[in-house]
Design a binder for this molecule. Sequence first.
Ligand code: UDP
Length: 399
Amino acid sequence: MQDYGGIVDAEKLEQIRVEAEELKGKRLVHINSTWVGGGVAEMLQPLVLLFNDLGIKTEWRVLHGTIDFFNVTKSFHNALHGADLRLSERKKRIYLEHNANFAAISHLDYFDFVVVHDPQPLPLIKFHQKVAPWIWRCHIDLTNPHPELWSWLLEEFIKKHDRVVLSSEEFKRPELDLPVDIIRPCIDPLSTKNKYISEHVAKKQLSRVGIDLEKPLLLQVSRFDPWKDPLGVIRVFEKVKQHEDCQLVLCGSFASDDPEGFKMYNLVKKYEREDIKIILNASDLLVNALQRSATVVIQKSLREGFGLTVTEALWKGTPVVASKVGGIPLQVINGKPGFLLDPKDEEGFAKRILELIRNPALREELGRAGREWVRQNFLITNNLHSWLQVLKKTLSYSI
Ligand code: UDP
C-alpha cells in the first residue's frame, strides 16, 4: 500500500487502512474465468495483492473450461450485450456441467465472502452449500440483455446471490431485485502497463515494432472482438488519412475465455500494410509506450462494460476519442478530457481525430486534465476502497 504514497493522497490511503481494520483476518475469494487478457484479470491482479496487504486473506480462483464451454459462455457474453442467441438445452448442459465439475474441486466453504465475476462461473452457487455471502460482480453492460438468457440466469443463479456489483448506475435493471452496489473499474498506476516510462524508453519500444516516430499515431488497444469494432477503426483511419498523413496501430490480444479472438484477428490482419500495423500480444511495456506516445487513442466499441483502455490512455496524458456506450461515458464526459461520439458516426470520429492531430495545445490541455481526472477517480485504490465498503455492508449477513 505504501508504494501508492507518491500518487494517491495520504488521507485517502489512511481512510482505506481504517476501513480495512474490521475486515482483517477475513477470508475472501474472487472467481473469474481467465488470469490474463481483458479488464477483469487486469484489475484482479493488483486488487488481490492489495487485499492481502491489508490483512484480508484473499484468494483468486480461475474457472477451468474447454473450448466448448468458452464458446457457450462467449455466446452468453455477446447475448448479454444484446446479440442474438439460441438458448439450446445443449448450451445449458455444457454451461452447467463445467460449473458442477469446477465446484467439485473448488472448496469454498471456509471463505467469509465469495465474489463471482461475470457470467462464466455464475452457476457455481447452485453446486455449493452456501455458508457465507456470495456477491455477483458483473462487468458487462446490461442495458439490453437477451431477454430469455437474462431471465434464465436471473432466476436460476443471480437471485441466489446476496448482492450484485455493477460498473454503472445505467446498468441497473428493475427486475434485479437484490442490493446493488456500483464500483467503477480502475487501473493500477504502478503496473508495468501504467507506470511512468521516459520518452527514450517509449521510443525504443516503438522503433522495435517499426513505428514511424515522426508521423501522428492513432491507436486502439483491445482484444480482437467484434464489439471493439476494429474494422470501424480502420474505416475512420482511412477518412483521417485523406487529410493528414498518419499511421494506425491496432494492438490486440486474446483472452483464454474468448474463443472468437482468432477469427477476428485473422480478419483484421488482412488490412495490415505500411501505415496500418496489427500488433498481437504486445508486452505490457509496449502497450504502455504505445498509449503514452499515441497522438490520439481511439476506443470505438459498439458495447462496452467499462473499457479500461480509455482510463489507461487518459492516465498517460493521451486524449481519447471514444464511443458513447456502456462504461465509457463514466470516464469521458464529452470534451472533458476527450471526445465521445455515437459509434456509427465515423465522420464524427474522423473530424475529432483531425482536430486533435492539428491542435497540440488542445492535446496538451486534455492530457493534463485526463491525468488528474484518473488520479482522483480511477486508480486501483478507489476500487479497493469501494470494495471494502461493500464487504462491510455484507458483514452482518446471517444465513
Ligand atoms: N490489453 C492488453 N493488450 C492488448 C489488448 C488489451 O494488455 O493487446 C489490455 C488493456 O490494456 C486493458 C485490458 O486488456 O487493460 C482490456 O480491458 P477493457 O476493459 O478495455 O476491455 P475487455 O477486454 O475487458 O472487454
